[in-house]
Design a protein around this ligand. Sequence first.
Ligand code: 5GP
Ligand code: ZN
Length: 114
Amino acid sequence: MSTDCLFCAIVAGRVPSTKVLETDRAYAFRDINPWAPTHVLVVPKDHYEDLAALAAADPTYLGEVFGAAAQVAEQENLTGGHRIIANTGDDSGRTVFHLHVHVLGGKNLGALAG
Ligand code: 5GP
Ligand code: ZN
């Protein structure tokens, strides 16, 4: 755990969040500033900076995080489809340096362009 990490604080319950789903090692909660009707963040409960870090350390754990993301899509009834994003590195514009997977859906998301 990293004491100055926002998502570690959310996992620990020190910062409140709206829980969507929890597994042994993953936690899913609603994004505070949603871009779509459903916008959920899925994080490993342990602190890993990004996807590459967790893939290197424990690929099974990374699979659990993505499995939880798939479960979120099912639970949120995103039958029309959804988008999963894992921002990595400065060019992505990411703001929180604890691996998180965005699960977006509930409307037609359009082309991935910009
Ligand atoms: P990033 O841009 O790093 O990929 O995404 C970080 C996400 O975390 C953003 O979509 C932002 O809205 C969300 N976020 C930032 N602070 C909080 C917070 O305190 N609570 C919740 N639920 N989401 C947050
Ligand atoms: Zn963290």
